[in-house]
Design a protein around this ligand. Structure first.
Ligand code: FES
Length: 111
């Protein structure tokens, strides 16, 4: 199997979860854009210079993701919605088989 399912929750983290099939090796941002998740703006196309691909990873998934690198941590200061403990830039998360069923929450805004 070379695809996994990602679940995007609305900003309230409740109803409105949207499931997207994504190829392993793509980034979470690419999966969102390809899957029509319009709340992921991704203005810079994954160049780590816009912070409009912000997502929040819930606590139960945080240990299963590689942590953010320094450049991502710097750009996380630029998110429009308040940064949270689980905030990540989805263009920096590369999908792997271990992330089957990953759940992320969308922020209230990207601007
Ligand atoms: S798409 Fe611009 S920082 Fe992620």
């Amino acid at each position: 199997m070379n695809t996994i399912t990602i679940h995007f929750q609305n900003p309230e983290g409740t109803a409105g979860a949207r499931a997207v099939e994504a190829r392993i090796g793509r980034t979470l941002m690419q999966a969102a854009v390809d899957g029509g998740v319009t709340a992921i703006a991704a203005d810079c196309g994954g160049l780590l210079s816009c912070a409009t691909c912000h997502v929040i990873v819930p606590p139960e998934w945080q240990p299963r993701l590689p942590g953010p690198a320094g450049d991502e941590l710097d750009m996380l200061e630029m998110t429009a919605a308040p940064r949270e403990a689980g905030s990540r830039l989805s263009c920096q998360i590369v999908l792997s088989a271990e992330l089957q069923g990953l759940v992320v929450r969308l922020p209230t805004t990207q601007y």
